[in-house]
Design a protein around this ligand. Structure first.
Ligand code: UDP
Ligand code: MG
Length: 311
């Protein structure tokens, strides 16, 4: 029987103080297990010393590899790069900041050995997470499930194990705007959910700014459904219908009121309809933008340097 190989991919954006810690912790978990393994760190355009630290660590660590982007391409694209470069029979992705506890790795692998193709994790909320994070996360999933066609469980993050077969399918999906959580739920296969309590961020600040979080939400919604376009259609139709009712009223008031008295209602209607039209145009624009980026077929990330030889 040949030994199976596990790939562990970590995306990092300005995690200089976390990289040595997470790498050491992963080694501690893996060295007792009967597998060959590799750790691939994707440096997503860090502006701190992350790259230098990585290059240095790689010199003495034959199981550690890095993929260095030419700039910041975002977490989802970094994850895609990790999958593209990984060579394992199973691929585990986790954050660099120790919020995804490495102690969970043996359980992830065990479930995979039991025959599950996807072992994803569910974060149990506890006090170690900021209130803002917990609230925004809960809201994120509620909103996502309402306005899109896929079902996502709250607390699932990009901490999971994928079997090689599933990874290959995801690698071959030609999409510009990846949303891993959605894709993983969409592909099906035998999936298992593992609950865990998140650790504290070891060092540094969350790289998911409000802007990135909103971006991810919009990504999640528009990647998996055209439902918002229908919502736009319904809203537009309802408002148009309601404004039809206004015509008899306008004619009526032409005879019975002084026309100038209609100014208030006019300005309110114009303002409301104007805003609504812009909103709906915006939704349509989002989808057209997606068609645009898709047809350009630009790469989703650019690798500037790596010490892997399968590039
Ligand atoms: N990350 C990344 N690119 C980005 C933003 C974040 O690779 O543009 C990485 C980051 O270094 C971390 C993981 O994605 O390893 C999750 O980010 P973070 O811990 O900041 O998010 P949070 O845990 O607050 O959701
Ligand atoms: Mg984090």
């Amino acid at each position: 029987m040949t030994t199976k190989k596990i790939s562990i991919i970590i995306c990092c954006y300005n995690e200089e103080a976390n990289i040595p810690v997470i790498v050491t912790n992963i080694h501690q978990q893996m060295q007792h297990l009967p597998y060959i393994y590799e750790i691939i760190v994707v440096n997503d355009g860090s502006t701190d010393k992350s790259l230098a630290i990585l290059e240095d660590l790689c010199k003495d660590d034959k199981l550690l590899f890095y993929v260095n982007f030419s700039r910041n391409f975002g977490h989802q694209n970094a994850l895609k790069a990790g999958l593209d470069f990984a060579t394992g029979d199973a691929i585990i992705s986790m954050d660099a900041d120790m919020q995804h506890p490495p102690e969970l790795i043996p359980s992830l692998i065990q479930k995979w050995e039991e025959g599950f193709d996807v072992v994803y994790t569910r974060r149990k909320d506890d006090k170690s997470l900021s209130k803002r994070k917990r609230k925004s996360s809960a809201l994120f999933y509620r909103f996502l499930n309402t306005v899109s066609d896929i079902e996502l469980e709250a607390g699932t993050a990009d901490f999971r194990l994928l079997d090689r077969q599933v990874a290959n399918i995801i690698i071959n999906i030609k999409g510009q705007n990846l949303f891993f959580r959605g894709i993983v739920s969409w592909v099906g296969f035998k999936q298992y959910a593992l609950d865990y309590y998140p650790g504290k961020r070891h060092s540094g600040e969350s790289k998911y700014t409000l802007k990135k979080m909103v971006g991810l939400a919009v990504q999640g919604i528009t990647s998996f459904s055209v439902k918002p376009l229908y919502i736009a259609l319904y809203i537009g139709f309802t408002i148009a219908l309601l404004s039809l009712l206004f015509i008899p009223y306008a004619i009526f008031s032409l005879y019975y009121n002084q026309p100038v008295s209609g100014w208030t209602s006019l300005i309110v209607t114009i303002g409301f309809l104007g805003g609504l039209q812009l909103f709906i145009l915006g939704i349509i624009g989002l989808y057209i933008g997606k068609i645009f980026t898709q047809t350009k077929q630009y790469p989703t990330y650019i690798v500037k340097s790596t010490n892997l030889n399968n590039s």
